[in-house]
Design a protein around this ligand. Structure first.
Ligand code: NAP
Length: 242
């Protein structure tokens, strides 16, 4: 059954791969990001009737409202857009940078949900909050990002109990070959433990791997998934693959 799914951060990386996989199933995607990349334009040319691209900032309520107004029916939302930078130790990270990360990764998520929930309740839709394993343990230099993803995991648990009509899932996509993970190499020096950065870079997977998992969750996860935080290779996720 074709559905309408909202994806944030579809200009590249995991968001782009997820968008393409959802479109390939015959469903419609509304994609919100600040830049229209050549890859996104190519996808729009391939799926002119089902890909609706909105150039905008997830942190701006008017941009989210404009994008949401493109559809009456909303079956799922993939909140994938995120800020990773600035890196820095808690002792020295500029507070403005810490706030910027929370603005995009946490407050924009809450704002988005406030605007989208009325439509999601009507369809008993699914929300996938793209989180990170960074939320699970202490690691030097990425404290702001890690704290924002831990906040997302907790928002997800709360959402699951407050919104019984929807299915809310927090999802770790794995170590994925994207501009986001490449940033760790360019910008991480002096902040991130080099052994951790090397270990991540050695096991990168392609964006289509979490893309397929997100597609499967948004299409097929039942209510029993609501409130869970799942890794891309969790049997609960891989068992949804057709
Ligand atoms: N890659 C990994 O190894 C990894 C591991 C764990 C978790 N994750 C999570 O997976 C998600 C995607 O990661 P990725 O590696 O694919 O990231 P990426 O390559 O850096 O892409 C980030 C996406 O977010 C969009 N974005 C950023 N700020 C935005 C804003 N204010 N408004 C709208 N869109 C915005 C970017 O588009 P514009 O710049 O065009 O706006 C881009 O499409 C993130 O939530 C990340 O934390 C990734």
């Amino acid at each position: 059954m074709p559905r309408t799914i909202f994806v944030t951060g579809a200009s590249r990386g995991i968001g782009l791969a997820t968008t393409e996989l959802i479109l390939a199933e015959g469903s419609t995607v509304i994609a919100l990001q600040r830049t229209i990349t050549p890859a996104l334009e190519t996808l729009a040319a391939k799926y002119p009737a089902t890909l609706h691209i909105v150039k905008g900032d997830i942190a701006k309520a008017e941009d989210v409202s404009t994008a949401l107004s493109l559809t009456e029916t909303l079956n799922g939302v993939v909140l994938n857009a995120a800020l990773v930078l600035p890196y820095g130790a808690i002792a020295t990270i500029p507070l403005d940078g810490f706030r910027d990360i929370f603005e995009v990764n946490v407050f924009a998520t809450v704002q988005f949900l406030q605007l989208a929930l009325p439509k999601l309740r009507k369809t008993e839709g699914t929300v996938v909050l793209v989180s990170s394993a960074a939320s699970e343990a202490g690691a030097k230099g990425i404290g702001a990002y890690a704290a924002s993803k831990a906040a997302l995991n907790q928002l997800n648990r709360t959402l699951a109990v407050e919104e019984p009509d929807i299915t809310a899932i927090a999802f770790h996509p794995g170590p994925v070959r994207t501009e986001g993970s490449a940033t760790m190499q360019h910008e991480g020096k002096g902040h991130i433990d080099p052994a951790l950065a090397d270990a991540v870079m050695a096991v990168l997977i392609e964006p289509e791997v979490p893309g397929r998992a997100i597609r499967d969750l948004v299409f097929r996860a039942g209510k029993e998934y609501s409130g869970k935080y799942l890794h891309y290779d969790d049997p609960l996720v891989t068992s949804l693959s057709l």
